[in-house]
Design a protein around this ligand. Structure first.
Ligand code: GTB
Length: 216
């Protein structure tokens, strides 16, 4: 049986693969699990049927038989634990890969999202131009630390894992900001993730949703 995930009917990112169905799609592709997608509008996301699956009225969700999950990180971790390909066999290496998933979502992503949200909702406020460099510096600090740890390695713990999948998915939100490029090993790392065939299949699948929607 194929699992079903939910994704935006009309993604505000216009097919750039920045919404959080993307890491879930990517993980499904990495582990070779075919899946179905149920597209939901913003209003459908807020209705009771969807809130039963996702109490916060968001995408993505994941349904597989009698298992229903929300939270992209939990879904990716579940897939990585159930299938080969996203976590090493060695118990310590596995723990380190999971640690990087948490680092991506808990340490790297928050300043990125804070900067993004401020640009969306505070742009016209008098304090925005003062606050902007502070928010950018918080992102820079994290990128600097990540860059130093990554060094010349291809992946965070030498072999590609769910930790890299989550980290690359998070870093992609900075595309176009110029911040990634301040540390050349970081955009190179993101590009390595994007060059994976599984990433490309996932990206094309979400882009097809946008393309179909924009031609109707
Ligand atoms: N912690 C949850 C998870 O990881 O699953 C967060 C889920 C979440 O933020 N979902 C967003 C959502 O459903 C979509 S991905 N938002 C609708 C709502 O809250 O009403 C976040 C997102 C949205 C848009 C862009 N973009 O346009 O670039 C990027 C990321």
């Amino acid at each position: 049986m194929r699992p079903t995930i939910t994704a935006f009917k009309n993604s505000p990112d216009r097919g750039k693969g920045l919404a959080r169905d993307m890491p879930v799609r990517w993980a499904l592709e990495e582990v070779g699990r075919p899946y179905d997608v149920r597209l939901v509008s913003f209003s459908e996301m807020k209705q009771a049927a969807h809130r039963t699956l996702q109490p916060f009225g968001q995408i993505p969700t994941y349904e597989d038989g009698d298992l229903a999950l929300f939270e992209s990180g939990a879904i990716v971790l579940h897939l990585a634990q159930r299938h080969q390909g996203l976590l090493p066999d060695d118990a310590n290496a596995r723990a380190r890969a999971i640690m990087w998933m948490f680092a991506a979502l808990g340490t790297i992503e928050p300043p990125i999202v804070e900067r993004e949200i401020a640009a969306l909702v505070e742009r016209d406020e008098t304090w925005y131009e003062q606050r902007r460099p502070i928010l950018e510096q918080r992102v820079r600090d994290r990128l600097n630390q990540l860059s130093r740890r990554l060094g010349d390695d291809d992946w965070l713990e030498h072999e590609f894992s769910a930790g890299d999948l989550m980290m690359v998915a998070v870093l992609r939100r900075l595309k176009g900001s110029g911040l990634l490029e301040e540390h050349p090993n970081v955009p190179a790392y993101v590009a390595r993730g994007e060059a994976r065939p599984a990433f490309k299949r996932a990206f094309d699948a979400q882009l097809a949703v946008f393309t179909a929607g924009s031609t109707i």
